[in-house]
Ligand binder design. Structure first.
Ligand code: XMP
Length: 516
């Protein structure tokens, strides 16, 4: 097998809100990229072997004291550089141009701007001479550095692109990575293929092969332990590790009895046939004991998190010495960690959190450079069942936070059945677009009803279905009435203990997606 020289694009992050998006766009073009802090050392830059470097945008102003700068040697490497927004201003200033605050509101540009391009600059080769770009800057380049030329112009920005093709330095004031810039992706392609001479042949198959090789080299004859939740990330991590190291991997799946209908068996079926040691711990009894008579959502979450770790540690102890603990951490987790100044709305519990009392040498996070859709793609490559790969998000505390108030086995059975019916109806309805998550909640409310000729006094089930891009905000989905009618009628007829169904029509905020 021929191993190609890796072609990597290094994105240096100056604090811009679109840094991750730049990485995604570059990978969409078939070129591997990673986002690293702007202060990356020269050694680390060289070790990454970039074919090109992109400076992201950022909130600072290049003329302010203490504004972020990369190591100065970066400019002597001869590697092509593309600066975006702040990154562009940085190039201008470092090479002797002038950047000043826009004096008037008209000189500041936020939003779409008609921009003219000079196609002598390779970034704009084979593109229309005029199109819309997305601007978001308060500083402007008032004089272009020596050796550079301007190649794009908007009303407020006389130098919306500066470049020096002999030194392979390019800067754009606008954001080519956002979809509001009409030909932004084409401009990135021009940078990658015409300027950096990338081939665009990076694929998930390459990632799989390279990661398997490096996992083998790293783990050697060591033992690896993974907490498998059955979620997409830990499942794909398990499949990848099993391909790399086979029986040296042990996966512990703690069945806390709070999974959806048939889910625990499906997870077992997906993994027990693979080349790995799979341990399923049936721990429903002990979770239910600890949850008995607990009403507070936060207490429930804490108890489940603690108990999970306890069970996991007990099992790990039986296995003897462990060298590595593996986790299904993915790229957004890596980038988002450390921004912990916001208020705690819910303490999220992710199965696979780090146990404190297991001795191990190192943590393995083979997916830490992948975005969610890339993790799914890799899961398909590895032959995981589609039901596991396209699984919608499911909270670590499981159905315990979809049973409002105290949790009992009977209440879990009710919510499990109602949830299965709702999902079945929604999925068999087919083309319902724009739904991200849907489930049933067992409210702790019992109401009076009538069935046959008799009075009933049973539970109310709430159905929840939301559409969202990022789960930070969400809209309730406008599901067709006939679908809601079918789900409601089936639930009251088929699930004993339910005589009323309601549909949750609240967005997030002010509500959250889950009820607890
Ligand atoms: P909320 O209810 O906070 O939910 O609007 C946003 C998304 O997060 C999921 N969620 C969790 N996921 N552990 C998880 O792994 C948790 O403790 C947890 N709580 C909520 C929720 O299902 C939704 O997708």
């Amino acid at each position: 097998m021929t191993v190609q020289t890796p072609q990597n694009i290094l994105i240096l992050d100056f604090g811009g809100q679109y840094s991750q998006l730049i990485a995604r766009r570059v990978r969409e073009c078939g070129v591997y990229s990673e986002v690293k802090p702007f202060s990356l050392s020269l050694n680390a830059i060289n070790a990454f072997q970039p074919s090109g470097i992109i400076f992201s945008g950022g909130p600072g102003s290049v003329y302010e004291e203490g504004s972020p700068h990369p190591v100065p040697e970066i400019y002597s490497l001869g590697t092509p550089i593309l600066g975006i927004c702040y990154g562009c201003q940085l190039l201008a200033r470092q090479f002797g141009g002038t950047v000043i605050p826009a004096q008037t509101n008209t000189a500041r540009e936020y939003g779409k701007a008609v921009t003219r391009f000079d196609d002598r600059c390779e970034l704009f080769s084979d593109l229309p001479g005029e199109s819309i770009t997305w601007m978001s800057h308060g500083d402007v380049i008032s004089s272009v550095p020596k050796g550079f030329a301007a190649a794009a112009y908007s009303t407020a920005c006389p130098a919306a692109c500066i470049y020096d093709s002999s030194r392979k330095l390019y800067g754009v004031q606008f954001h080519p990575e956002v979809t509001h810039t009409d030909h932004g992706l084409d401009m990135l392609r021009n940078f990658l293929f015409r300027i950096c001479h990338c081939q665009g042949n990076w694929s998930m198959a390459d990632f799989r092969q390279q990661t398997v090789e490096s996992l083998r080299a790293k783990v050697g004859s060591g033992k690896v332990l993974l907490a498998l939740s059955g979620g997409v990330d830990s499942s794909v991590a398990a499949a990848l590790l099993s391909e790399a190291i086979g029986k040296s991997l042990t996966c512990i799946f703690v069945d806390h009895g709070l999974m959806r209908k048939n889910e625990a068996d499906e997870i077992e079926a997906a993994f027990s046939g693979r080349d790995l040691q799979f341990i399923r711990v049936n721990a429903e009894q002990r979770f239910l004991l600890r949850l008995a008579r607990i009403h507070s959502p936060e207490r429930k979450r804490k108890i489940i998190g603690e108990e999970f770790i306890r069970v996991f540690e007990e099992e790990a102890k039986k296995l003897g010495k462990i060298d590595f603990l593996a986790q299904g951490t993915i790229y957004p987790d890596v980038i988002e960690s450390g921004t912990g100044s916001s208020a705690v709305i819910k303490s999220h519990h992710n199965v696979g959190g780090l146990p404190e009392h297991i001795a191990f040498r190192e943590i393995l996070e083979p997916l830490r450079m992948l975005f969610k859709d890339e993790v799914r793609q890799l899961g398909r490559e590895l032959g995981l069942p589609e039901a596991l790969i396209s699984r919608q998000p499911f909270p670590g505390p499981g159905l315990a936070i979809r049973v409002i108030g105290d949790v009992t086995r009977r209440k879990l059975e009710i919510v499990r059945e109602a949830d299965a019916i709702f999902r079945e109806e929604l999925e068999s309805a087919g083309n319902i677009s724009n739904v991200s998550q849907y489930f049933a909640v067992l409210t702790n409310v019992r109401t009076v009803g009538v069935m046959g000729d008799g009075r009933t006094y049973e539970y109310t089930v709430a159905l929840r279905c939301v559409s969202t891009d990022d789960f930070m905000t969400a809209d309730w989905a406008h599901l067709p009435y006939d679908l809601l009618a079918r789900a409601s009628s089936r639930i009251v007829n088929e699930v004993e203990g339910v005589n009323r169904v309601v549909y949750d029509i609240t967005s997030k905020p002010p509500a959250t997606v889950e009820w607890e």
